[in-house]
Design a protein around this ligand. Structure first.
Ligand code: FCB
Length: 502
């Protein structure tokens, strides 16, 4: 059974995780990786791999990038309120039933007006880095052509304020708020679409690259392509055929490649470029070599592999090419060279992991979660800290790039207590467990350079509206009052001690 492109019942977070579970499996990694795999599995067999919870290895090393993340549509307030254009999310939110609580990002955290106070909070947290995204329609109302000066000015001032606070900006160029004007012209289905993105990228980089050194082209192509264009769960809410979805994916990958070239050509200083993928790595059910190999194969399969492999390895994965043969678009070989740009880090958004084992005939078997497995408020995200061990380990092993966790965090039902504070022990426990696993990955040889908590503050959680609170800062959406949660102070200590309190 291959990934199920036709299954429109997959909830968010599952669509991208579909795995090969039969003989049509991804090609084995090149021999270099094979050798490393043999070493690692020999160590596992000899029982030398550390287990979760061990005190050893909580050392994150010098210069570790401790940060938090947000995105434009989720916090700023609609771009159209300040001379910007309409995004597909503005339109999608108006569709009856699209957003669980009927809300939108029209005001969100009103960050566009309150950014100074928000930077003050960031400084209090002691963040070394802030990952935020630029709203394409705020900068270019029509998606291409004329620039909205007020839009670029906003980011310009934000960057200055961050640097003055000692916080390094990490900028994502596209976190899903696609210009409605371009969508009306055919959007990602159009041949021109990668070029539109590259031009917008150039305008932003021209303005900010004297101060910004860290760039991410896209946020989670896996999610916005599948949920937005196949399942209609996210903007723009389309239900296209699988061949159209694969055409869109290809253009999105080309957009990444062209934007990467544009950043390097335009940047006023040496810079680091990456692309933040939505990943659900697979963990082995045991540390037996066969299970580890099953987990590795599952990690590099399905839609995740479809989007990662061209970017990092320069080709589409064989098994998926075969399984989706009928629907794969025709393209010139040069496209893969454009997509496969050298990148400086591997950016991974990881919230959870699947568990697999090796079955009969070399098949990968998914191990179901036990009843009562710890869950978060967000239905699709279970608590599986091992994802921050096995993910970084497998991705580093295969792509040999420093790993940056660009999102990780949780939604729990917290509120302002009678004492005026927000007590979120579950978030603290969640982050502590995940960060211990990340330290263990580092200890076992994966080069891990940074960690960004999702999120700095509660915000508009897409189709869930305001029902989910992922922030370390509580936001009262009626008054816009910010209240740092207990996790805020705890994370401040993590940063101060460089993970020493984990
Ligand atoms: C990720 C998104 C981010 C946020 C978190 C909870 O998939 O990138 O915007 O919604 O999930």
């Amino acid at each position: 059974m291959h990934s199920s492109p036709d299954d429109d019942t997959l909830p968010r977070g599952v669509a991208d995780l579909s795995m090969q579970t039969d003989s049509e499996q991804a090609s084995p990694p090149p021999s270099r990786e094979r050798r490393q795999f043999l070493t690692l599995s020999a160590a596992a067999a000899a029982g030398t791999l550390t287990r979760p919870g061990f005190a050893q290895g909580r050392d994150f090393g010098q210069g570790f990038v401790w940060g938090a993340a947000t995105s434009s549509y989720q916090i700023e307030g609609a771009a159209a309120r300040a001379g910007g254009g309409v995004s597909v999310w503005d339109t999608f939110c108006k569709r009856p039933g699209a957003i669980r609580d009927g809300s939108s990002g029209e005001i969100a955290c009103d960050h566009v007006n309150r950014w100074r106070d928000d930077v003050t909070l960031m400084r209090e947290l002691g963040m070394r880095a802030y990952r935020f995204s630029i709203s394409w329609p705020r900068v270019m109302p029509d998606g291409t052509g004329a620039v909205n000066a007020a839009g670029l000015d906003f980011y310009d001032r934000l960057v200055d304020a961050l640097l003055a606070a000692g916080i390094e900006p990490w900028v994502t160029l596209f976190h899903w708020d696609y210009p409605e004007a371009l969508h009306k012209r055919g959007g990602w289905l159009k041949d021109d679409s990668p070029d539109w993105f590259a031009k917008y990228t150039t305008a932003v980089v021209k303005r900010l690259s004297d101060r910004v050194r860290n760039w991410m082209t896209l946020n989670e192509p896996e999610i916005f392509v599948i949920l937005g264009y196949q399942l209609a769960l996210f903007a723009p809410g389309e239900k296209l055929s699988w061949s159209e979805v694969l055409r869109i994916s290809h253009r999105v990958l080309l957009a990444h490649g062209l934007a990467t070239q544009a950043i390097r050509a335009t940047s006023k200083q040496p810079c680091q470029v990456g692309c933040a993928s939505a990943l659900q790595p697979a963990m082995p059910a045991t540390e037996q070599p066969a299970d580890i190999e099953a987990a590795r194969r599952a990690t590099f399969s399905g839609m995740a592999a479809w989007l990662m492999e061209p970017m990092y390895a320069g080709s589409y994965p064989q098994a998926e090419l075969k399984a989706w043969e009928r629907d794969v678009p025709r393209f010139p070989a040069s496209d893969l060279r454009t997509i496969h740009q050298p990148l400086d880090f591997f950016a991974a958004n990881i919230y959870q992991a699947a568990t697999v084992r090796a079955g009969a005939d070399n098949k990968i078997e998914q191990v179901p979660r036990l009843p009562g497995h710890p869950r978060t408020l967000m239905d699709v995200f279970d608590v599986v800290p091992g994802g921050l061990y096995w993910g970084p380990r497998f991705y580093y092993e295969r792509y040999k790039l420093p790993i940056v966790i660009t999102e990780n965090g949780t939604s729990v039902p917290d509120w302002v207590a009678l004492d005026g504070k927000v007590h979120d022990p579950q978030r603290i426990d969640f982050m502590q467990r995940y960060l211990r696993e990340l330290a263990r990955a580092r200890n076992d040889g994966a080069q891990v350079r940074g960690y960004f908590a999702w999120s700095l503050m509660d915000n508009f959680e897409w189709a869930e509206g305001y029902r989910q609170r992922f922030g370390m800062v509580h936001v009262d959406f009626a008054t816009q009052r910010r209240t740092p949660k207990d996790s805020f102070y705890w994370y401040r200590d993590v940063i101060r001690s460089n993970g020493g309190n984990l």
